[in-house]
Ligand binder design. Structure first.
Ligand SMILES: *Cc1c(COP(=O)(O)O)cnc(C)c1O
Length: 376
């Protein structure tokens, strides 16, 4: 660990990222395509590895489309979701010639049609359908249940496809789904595949046979409890679940949008201990990273393992601490009652599994600088 760098900062491990990307490409077959969900981490150092591995990108804003193009992703491999696409974002994506818009409402379909006609192009669109499948995950990151702001209800699928086929500015290419995030069982994915099979049967019975792509979204989780033992998610089981359960028609391809599973384990947030405060009931490790650098614990109650890198170099007893940041918010707590080596001012800490939804969610609250980043 480089002691000269100003903390806090993110450090990405290229070996782990590379191993993860190889595992993805080994586990998928030629009809299974991956669009990396760039919202998980848009650091150019990270994106370069992902681009070289041949993945496409899943974007949820015009800024993300722009970033993906800037770092050299093939526009044809970009898909663009999001319930509130502004006109400028749609225009930007049309101009770039992205692969597909994942459309989330009827009014959006009409607007994309108008803007495409204006630009003299035809926009490929997939319809995001809400499959009402329970992802068994955190309430703030489940998206596939009926009462949700995302996507179209299943009963609106056929009218939407019919409407799309009437419009000259859009071409219907397929269906899109996304049931949630940090899903660590394969059962919800199997249920999603079965739901898609039912919807496909309904479409065929109604004489609609123009569906070419089935995009199953993202959501595969990672093991936050065991970053050393399980650095690479079980992509084998993930892709096999869909190969076995999803009835792709001969002319169809499956797409997916993995985010967290691609980048979470390759990143650590490095922080220095400022003070160890001995309270009356407990001890606090106060470090220079806070919720402005890694918001997941404060926002979702998430767990990130914390390693004391300095203590790894000598023998120390252990103690129990609350590990907290310096921000003026009582939710700025990384860990409570956490057992770790006896910690001192100046020690370097590593918050593990922080590559996804870490750096990208950093803020300047309290007029703080954004964390730096390095790839090793
Ligand atoms: C967030 C998101 C993803 C990626 O989710 P992960 O849990 O990081 O895999 C994929 N698709 C859509 C539409 C999303 O909003």
């Amino acid at each position: 660990m480089n002691d000269e760098r100003r903390t806090p900062y993110y450090i990405y491990n290229s070996k782990i990222l590379q191993r993860t990307l190889c595992a993805i490409n080994a586990a998928r077959d030629e009809r299974q395509h991956v669009h990396y969900a760039i919202k998980a981490n848009a650091n150019p150092l990270v994106l370069e590895h992902i681009r070289q591995a041949g993945l496409g990108v899943d974007c949820v804003s015009g800024g993300e489309v722009q970033r993906a193009i800037e770092v050299g992703f093939d526009p044809a491999k970009i898909v663009f979701a999001g319930i509130g696409k502004a006109d400028w974002e749609i225009r930007l994506a049309l101009k770039a010639g992205i692969g597909c818009f994942n459309v989330e409402s009827m009014p959006e379909l009409e607007v994309i049609n108008e803007l495409a006609l204006e630009a003299g192009v035809v926009a490929r669109v997939a319809l995001r359908i809400n499959p009402n499948v329970d992802a068994h995950t955190h309430a703030k990151i489940t998206t596939g249940l009926n009462e949700n702001k995302f996507g179209l209800a299943m009963e609106d699928m056929q009218p939407a496809i019919r409407r799309a086929s009437e419009l000259r500015g859009v071409e219907y290419v397929g269906l899109h789904f996304h049931i949630g995030s940090q899903i660590t069982e394969f059962e919800p994915f199997r249920l999603l595949a079965e739901r898609i099979n039912e919807l496909q049967d309904e479409l065929e019975q109604a004489g609609i046979t123009t569906t070419r792509t089935i995009n199953v979204g993202g959501g595969l989780g990672i093991d936050y409890e065991h970053p050393d033992d399980c650095p690479v998610p079980d992509f084998e089981s993930y892709f096999r679940t869909f190969r076995e359960a999803l009835q792709l028609r001969p002319h169809q391809e499956m797409h997916c949008e993995l985010g967290r599973a691609v980048v979470a384990q390759c990143g650590c947030l490095i922080s220095r201990v400022l003070y160890v405060k001995e309270g009356h009931q407990k001890k606090f490790v106060i470090c220079d990273a806070g919720m402005t650098d890694l918001v997941r614990p404060a926002m979702y109650g998430s767990y990130h393992q914390c390693d004391n890198l300095t203590a790894q170099q000598d023998q120390r007893t252990t103690d129990t601490y609350d590990v907290v940041g310096p921000i003026c918010e009582s939710s700025d707590v990384f860990l409570k009652g956490y057992q770790m080596p006896t910690t001192r001012r100046g020690d370097l800490l590593a918050f593990r599994s922080a590559g996804a939804y870490g750096e990208i969610m950093a803020s300047q609250y309290n007029c703080r600088s954004l964390p730096a980043s390095y790839m090793e």
